[in-house]
Write a protein that binds this ligand. Structure first.
Ligand code: PLP
Length: 427
């Protein structure tokens, strides 16, 4: 495989941007080697600067649920851009977007558009703190909610000890307010709320953890979190930046039948443009400026071109049977990968939820962060490169979920499984 142009670009990029990238995971630090630079994308494929083609299971980290460069999304963007790129006034597409989100996600009676998932989550916890008058928040080990200061925190020596910043620059005083729990552990959550439930503004969770590979909730776990929050007067926030519109049309809250107080979105709702949103019950959302005192704003929020892309994408995924077909594709891929691993005698298993999946180099099913961390990440890294050489792009980290799209046809999935047969033998 020729990689001269990507290598050249990466060399130039490294002297100009930290690590040569604008977002860390793109740099391949976790899997080793150098990233490839993409020039063009179409359907399930990426094409790099050297002309190599890859079957893509990253999908721009989630947004590209109908495949790359879908003609309907492209057309909506071009048509809307003809009228101007940004007005700084309200525009009609924001209203259509709010109507669409509130219709598809009934727990969101009102919504505020922002520009990224990070903005959505940090705005949601400000709203939770502002409406409850409490300062502490609870998150889970292995969940990622963007790069807001309150989230770049790991557990101290026990759940009830003060949080520890995971990045220089996060004030210790702020990290102290973030409590961290192990995901899928019922008792740890009960104990934490019993001890300090009255101080907790909100619990934020990825209802299916997509940032520690792919960990579905144990039966009744999200219901348990709902009950604890209700009992102790804390808000339950579902961070559906990844799961929203992907694990079901109505997101994880529809799939598991649990109603959060607030939800955050990103990725799919932007159709590939920089968009996020948060929403929830009317009386909570009415506390946001300018109708309420809790401040949050954005020069480009509700941008017409971004709204047009997102609306076109949301229109496409409302086609009858879209999510059933997506889930069938995910299952076909994961079943095929598991069979290929068995043939090669490699300890390997998968998790799948709708259009997202996790690959684990482990003999056992994995549904906790500790189990995910115990998987053979060196084997994953070998597998990643063996697949890349064969034209298949998986997430460049053993701890990131994979994403299926509606554009992955039988041929692309069969070619992926064929590549995996050889890759499993090679590692
Ligand atoms: N929340 C979750 C669950 C995410 O997966 C991500 C990003 O991957 C974010 C929040 C942050 O979104 P963004 O990268 O758009 O800021």
């Amino acid at each position: 495989m020729k990689t001269d142009r990507s290598h050249d670009l990466f060399t130039r990029a490294q002297s100009l941007m930290p690590g040569g990238v604008n977002s860390p995971v793109r740099a391949f630090k976790s899997v080793g080697g150098e990233p490839f630079f993409v020039q063009r994308a179409e359907g399930p494929y990426l094409f790099d600067a050297d002309g190599n083609r890859y079957i893509d299971y990253v999908g721009s980290w989630g947004p590209m649920i109908v495949g790359h460069n879908h003609p309907k999304v492209l057309e909506a963007v071009i048509e809307t851009a003809r009228n101007g790129l940004s007005f700084g006034t309200p525009n009609p597409l924001e209203v259509t977007m709010a109507e669409t989100i509130t219709r598809l996600i009934p727990s969101c009676e009102m919504v505020r558009m922002v520009n990224s998932g990070t903005e959505a989550t940090l705005s949601a916890i400000r709203l939770a703190r502002g409406t409850t008058g409490r300062s502490r928040i609870v998150k889970f080990e292995g969940c990622y909610h963007g790069h807001g200061d309150s989230f770049l925190v790991k557990a101290g020596s026990g759940a009830l000890t003060f949080g520890v910043p995971t990045s220089p620059g996060v004030p210790k005083a702020l990290a102290d307010l973030t409590l961290t729990l192990p995901y899928n552990d019922f008792d740890a959550a009960t104990q934490l709320f019993d001890e300090c439930g009255g101080d907790i503004a909100c619990l934020i969770v990825e209802p299916v953890v997509g940032n520690a590979n792919c960990l579905p909730p144990r039966e009744g776990y999200l219901q348990h979190l709902r009950a604890l929050c209700t009992k102790h007067g804390a808000l339950l926030i579902f961070d559906e930046v990844m799961t929203g519109f992907r694990v079901a049309l109505g997101g994880a809250q529809a799939r598991y039948g649990v109603t959060p107080d607030l939800s955050t979105f990103g990725k799919v709702i932007g159709g590939g443009m920089p968009v996020g949103a948060y929403g929830g019950r009317r009386e909570l959302m009415q506390q946001v400026a300018p109708s309420g005192p809790i401040y949050q704003a954005g020069t480009l929020s509700g941008n017409p071109v971004a709204m047009a892309a997102g609306l076109a994408m949301l229109e496409l995924i409302q086609a009858p049977g879209f999510h059933d077909a997506l889930e069938a594709k995910t299952n076909a891929l994961c079943d095929g990968l598991e069979a290929a691993a068995r043939e090669a005698g490699v300890a390997f298993t998968t998790q799948r939820v709708g259009g997202m999946f996790g690959l684990f180099f482990s003999a056992e099913k994995v549904d906790t962060y500790a189990q995910a961390m115990a998987c053979d990440s060196a084997a994953f890294n070998h597998f990643f490169h063996a697949m890349l050489e064969r034209g298949v792009y998986l997430a460049p980290s053993a701890f990131e979920a994979g994403f299926m799209s509606g554009a992955h046809d039988d041929a692309a999935i069969a070619a992926t499984i064929e590549a995996a047969r050889a890759a499993f033998r090679a590692i």
